[in-house]
Design a protein. Structure first.
Length: 299
């Protein structure tokens, strides 16, 4: 079957949208957001007359009156809901929880995490924690996979699309390569504990912000205490900087042993290259293998 140039462009556009984190459609009727000017999504807006279908998607007139009579636009939208395809309001959706400030989130997280006496309790605490804004855009919590207690703990950067759908870290192509790397030093999923610096997928697979990592940090530290590993391995530049408190790039950080103080313990830690980077740069696998040999020797 021969595709036209238009079909190729559309497939390329869909691939780009998927790579940017657009996983699902949010409406049955397409909307031209450029027509809205500076109006925020959800604000009352009179769509230009085009045809009968377009007029059916206009906000109900009393939505604007709610704002004129002193009622806030947010309140008006919460009461009325979004217009459906037939023009009638749908049931109101619950308003998203506003994330806490970074310091407030960390303080609350530290108190909540400290009360958890098992990984099950810690996971339940994370499910109820609203201090990290990533939770609002992610599909699932990605807590850990592998052994609940292990002498080797792997810490990556953040969940990706495959992880967000599965609810487990490192299950995509990069995770499959990580499993092969661990197998090369005699380790399987049952022998290691694998997690990330943040527990929810950042939109578009971007790097987590320092504020997002700070909000999750108390849970990660408590998780390390409960797992009680002999060695920590930070995978990738972002995880290495966060775990080691360093500003250098991964090429300067990798392959060097340091100690991280968690609770009343000092744990040996090493950074290595991320499997996703190795998939893009196969020549760097030699460096990762040298790091793996150090890890095997240390264990």
């Amino acid at each position: 079957m021969v595709r036209s140039n238009g079909q190729d462009e559309m497939l390329s556009l869909l691939s780009w949208l998927q790579a940017m984190g657009a996983d699902a459609a949010v409406g049955d009727t397409a909307q031209d957001w450029l027509q809205r000017g500076n109006d925020a999504p959800g604000a009352a807006f009179a769509w230009p007359d085009r045809d009968e279908a377009a007029s059916a998607t206009r906000p109900a007139p009393h939505a604007a009156r709610g704002a004129d009579e002193g009622q806030s636009p947010v309140r008006a939208r919460a009461v009325l809901g979004a217009p459906g395809a037939s023009g009638s309001p749908q049931a109101a959706r619950p308003r998203a929880v506003t994330p806490l400030g970074a310091s407030e989130a960390e303080t609350g997280a530290r108190r909540i995490a400290r009360a958890a006496n098992s990984l099950q309790e810690l996971e339940a605490a994370l499910q109820n924690f609203d201090g990290c804004g990533l939770k609002a855009t992610a599909t699932k919590l990605c807590f850990y996979r592998g052994a609940p207690s292990s002498d080797l703990m792997i810490i990556g950067e953040a969940p990706g699309r495959d992880e967000d759908l599965a609810g487990k870290p490192f299950v995509g192509r990069a995770g499959q390569l990580l499993d092969k790397m661990l197998s090369a030093i005699g380790r399987t999923e049952a022998d290691v504990h694998i997690t990330n610096v943040v527990y929810w997928r950042p939109p578009g697979n971007r790097t987590p912000t320092p504020q997002e990592a700070l909000a999750c940090r108390p849970f990660l530290e408590r998780q390390i205490e409960l797992v009680a590993p002999k060695i920590l391995v930070a995978v990738g530049g972002s995880a290495a900087k966060e775990m080691l408190g360093a500003s250098e790039g991964i090429m300067r950080l990798r392959g060097k042993w340091r100690e991280i103080e968690i609770g009343d313990r000092k744990i040996p830690a090493i950074a290595t290259l991320h499997p996703a980077y190795l998939l893009r740069t196969p020549a760097a696998k030699q460096l990762a293998w040298m790091d793996l040999l150090q890890i095997r020797s240390k264990l």
